[in-house]
Design a protein around this ligand. Structure first.
Ligand code: FAD
Ligand code: UDP
Length: 371
């Protein structure tokens, strides 16, 4: 007789790995599958020239949640990396997120009072509740910053006009009256030493993992092996796109190894004009304070593109149309008693890693597999 499992976990990303770890620790028999040839989902890192390359784009762990922070640090040591990205607009550099350095570079203002006066003057343009990303951005930082640092970047990233995008996307960016270039407000931040793949492998220690295994291609046979399923793939694919396909944004990563020590002096530079076809260049060694071969560096250009069947789905497009379609799928998902839908693709949410881990810990708690 073939093996029987308590849980089949579809997807070895942070949601799947967290749930698997919790269930395994509680004595459950767990099988993890992933259609890719590696674990760790989109946080996957692979080593080149002694440098941990973030294969699916820059991943910085940051969280306000002490329990999540303590949880992940069981599996890796985290360094003290702080993301301080630069923006390059037509050759001129600006600091991000929007802070006193940015205001100085933009307007020459040197004090918070001068910066506030400028911001107030420009924010007045929008009265009432912002109805879209453009209005929200102008309300936050005014038209000058919107035109220089937001409009071009956002329209490339999302392939849509800022007037058609939901306001919440931009609300996550801090605006600070201090000379502080730390991109995140969260108290806990860092990069796992040795890479995210090692972190995921440690979470999955002792658990059976089958790679290159697509749940949707072998569904009946896999379902027969298990009591319950934790599904972290796209929700529309699970239901065979019966109401139509949800839209996602995809990305193309162009990675090169260069014969130099230091290409741009910082982990991330955003190209905020509309003309440059990529949105950002990341230089991986700076996530680890210049680790690896001192004669080499690895950089990645990130090109946004519209998702089509067969592409990797990176960002859900949470506009009204897609949100309504998702709700239809969610109604079906709620009726699937054997299946837990979790993570960025199954919940169609613009989740960060820490939020996904929190959601998986909560799901494990609800399942009473939390040790
Ligand atoms: P995923 O990591 O996507 O894992 C899902 C897994 O399921 C995948 O490995 C996939 O192959 C597998 N799968 C799907 N369908 C099937 C199937 N049918 N059969 C078998 N396997 C299947 N978050 C941060 O906290 N900080 C950041 O700095 C950050 N930067 C990001 C930058 C980029 C460019 C992107 C795209 C995301 C970023 N994120 C960041 C978000 C982060 O990647 C997600 O929060 C996280 O990966 C979501 O975890 P997950 O387990 O839900 O999904
Ligand atoms: N954004 C921008 N200019 C920048 C960086 C971000 O306009 O230089 C906007 C853009 O709309 C982006 C959103 O802010 O989609 C959120 O940015 P964040 O860096 O948090 O997104 P992610 O790293 O998930 O792509």
């Amino acid at each position: 007789m073939s093996q029987h499992y308590d849980y089949l976990i579809v997807g070895a990303g942070p949601f799947g790995a967290t749930f698997a770890h919790k269930a395994h620790s509680a004595g459950k028999k767990v099988l993890v599958i992933d259609k890719r040839d590696h674990v760790a989902g989109n946080m996957y890192t692979a080593e080149t020239e002694g440098i941990q390359v973030h294969v699916y784009g820059a991943h910085i762990f940051h969280t306000p949640d002490r329990e999540v922070w303590d949880y992940v640090r069981q599996f890796a040591e985290f360094n003290h990396f702080r993301l301080s990205p630069l923006a390059n607009y037509r050759g001129k550099l600006y600091n991000l997120p929007f802070n006193m350095n940015t205001f100085y570079q933009m307007w020459g203002v040197k004090t918070p009072a001068e910066a506030f006066a400028r911001l107030e003057e420009q924010r007045k343009e929008i009265t009432g509740e912002p109805r879209n990303l453009e209005e929200q951005a102008i309300r936050l930082v005014g038209r000058d910053i919107y035109e220089t640092l937001i409009k071009g970047y956002t329209e490339k990233q999302w392939g849509r006009s800022c007037t058609e995008l939901p306001a919440f996307i931009i609300r996550r960016l801090p605006v600070r009256p201090t000379f502080d270039n730390n991109y995140f407000n969260h108290p806990f931040q860092g990069i796992p030493v040795g890479g995210y793949t090692k972190l995921a492998e440690n979470m999955l220690d002792g658990i059976e993992v089958r790679l290159r295994t697509d749940y949707l291609e072998d569904r009946a046979a896999l379902d027969a092996l298990v009591d319950k399923i934790v599904y972290t793939g796209p929700i529309d694919a699970f239901f065979d796109y019966r109401f139509g396909a949800l839209e996602y944004r995809s990305l193309r990563f162009e990675t090169e190894t260069l014969d130099m020590d230091n290409y741009q002096g910082v982990a991330t530079v955003n190209y905020t004009d509309a003309e440059t076809p990529y949105t950002r260049i990341i230089e991986h060694k700076h996530f680890e304070f210049g680790a690896g071969n001192p004669e080499k560096t690895v950089i990645t250009r990130e090109y946004p593109r519209e998702w089509k069947a067969g592409d990797e789905a990176y960002y859900p497009v949470n506009d009204e149309k897609n949100q309504a379609l998702y709700e239809q799928y969610k109604t079906l998902a709620d009726k699937e008693e054997r299946v837990i839908f979790g993570g960025r693709l199954a919940e169609y949410r613009y989740y960060d890693m820490d939020q996904v881990i929190r959601a998986a810990l909560d799901a494990a708690e609800r399942e009473k597999v939390s040790s």
